[in-house]
Design a protein around this ligand. Structure first.
Ligand SMILES: [Zn+2]
Length: 177
C-alpha cells in the first residue's frame, strides 16, 4: 500500500542557492542501531547561508533531483549575470579611456566676437530662423532705448524684408526665451 508520503507530489522552487549535503546523525531512539557504534542515519539536506549564518533544510530523497536542478539554474543565472556586468565594466572602461585619448576639444573660453556668441546659439535654430535671430540680435544691439521686438525690427530690417509676424513667431519659439 502506498503511503501518503510517497504518493504526494513534491514541489521544489525553480531556483535555489546553497549546497546539497548529506547529514549523518543519530535519531535519538535508544533502541535504534544508531545509538551504538559509528552507524548514522543519512539524509539529504540543503545547506545555505542567511545573514551570515549557515542554515540547513532537511530534504526527502525525492526532492534531491529537483533541488539539484534548481541549484544549477541559480549557478548558471549568477554566472550569466556576472558575465554581463563584467562586459559592461570592460565597455565602460574602454569608452572612458578612448575619450581621454581624444585630442582636447577647443575650450569654450571667453567669446571674442559677437559672431561667435551668435554661433553658440546656432545649434538651437533651423537655418532660416537663425538668420532671423541674427537680424534680431543686430537690432537688439543697435536699437536705442527700450528693446522691444518691434524696435529691433525697425532698426535691423528697415526695408521690411520679412513680415513682422515672422520675427515675433521666431522670438516665441527661440530657445532660452
Ligand atoms: Zn536511529
Amino acid at each position: 500500500m502506498m503511503t501518503l508520503m510517497t504518493s504526494k507530489r513534491t514541489w521544489v522552487p525553480r531556483m535555489l542557492r546553497g549546497s546539497l549535503v548529506t547529514l549523518r546523525r543519530r535519531c535519538g531512539k535508544p533502541s535504534c542501531h544508531c545509538a551504538q557504534g559509528d552507524q548514522r542515519h543519512e539524509a539529504p539536506a540543503l545547506s545555505y547561508s542567511e545573514h551570515g549564518r549557515t542554515r540547513v533544510v532537511m530534504l526527502a530523497e525525492s526532492d534531491v533531483d529537483a533541488v539539484t536542478a534548481a541549484l544549477e539554474r541559480y549557478r548558471a543565472a549568477k554566472t550569466e549575470l556576472e558575465e554581463q556586468a563584467s562586459t559592461g565594466l570592460a565597455a565602460l572602461t574602454e569608452r572612458v579611456a578612448a575619450e581621454r585619448a581624444e585630442p582636447r576639444r577647443p575650450a569654450t573660453g571667453p567669446v571674442t566676437g559677437f559672431g561667435a556668441l551668435l554661433g553658440l546659439t546656432r545649434a538651437g535654430f533651423t537655418a532660416p530662423s537663425f538668420a532671423i535671430f541674427t537680424d534680431l540680435m543686430a537690432g537688439w544691439v543697435c536699437a536705442p532705448g527700450r528693446r522691444t521686438i518691434t524696435a529691433m525690427i525697425t532698426v535691423a530690417d528697415p526695408a521690411g524684408r520679412r513680415a513682422h509676424d515672422a520675427y515675433h513667431r521666431n522670438a516665441a519659439t527661440a530657445p532660452g526665451r
